[in-house]
Design a protein. Sequence first.
Length: 276
Amino acid sequence: MGNVIAYWGARAGQTGSSSNLVSSAAVLAMDYVSRILVGHTQYGGSLVEDAFRRQQRSFDEMALRYSQLGMDSLEMLARSGQLTPAMMKDYTMPVFSESLDLLPGTNKPDRHMLLSMHEVAGTICETARSAYDLTLFDIGSGEVDPLMEAVLDSANLVVISLSQNLSMLRQFFHHPPAWLHDKKVVLVIGQYDSSSRLTAANIRRLFKIKAPLFTIPHNSGYMDACNEQRVVEFFLKRKHVHHDQPDYGLLHDIRKLNRGIFDALAVDHHMFAKEA
């Protein structure tokens, strides 16, 4: 039985929650022998989907099938009681062969119809948990809607993305969301600037943080790769990056976060590690 992980940002547009998920998923697929599914609950597209889709767009048959894939198809199957773990892969797009699959988002004409998916979100998450070792959902940022709440209820772990914005940090730690009190969480500061006076160590001290806290540094090359849909190539070229090369810090911190995720799930990451 696998685990479902929800990625949520404390404030929209500031925390890099979607890019944190993309980098985490890509490096997990590159470093570990595991079956991983990534998806999102966004209306109108998501960085998660766009960053991973370039490879499939080169195949005409995949483009023709695209409207038949994704969350909408799973919703219909779940509502009719026909969704099974064996069927999950049929409605996804491969990113890393036999390792990472993408579940496209909705094609519904309005957001209200998307939100009604909360009625079967638990079924979809439970089915994904049986089909994959790890299922990573980008549920968005800020105020939680019914669909986001349904995924949070089903999640084994929530990766909460923060920023070095002091007012946002005060709001989050002094007035935490109600759903947070009974959830297992990992904290990550996205787009991290190590030269800021508000370092991770200072943030931990200032707010007396007990939960695991990680950082993902800002990296222009990685953000360009997301925008240009070259994420797979970006990480494969840097799989064995050396400590004296420019992108070492990015890969080091992503890997540290991924190990923290395994630890939070009480899973020994060594069991899944690929040979160097």
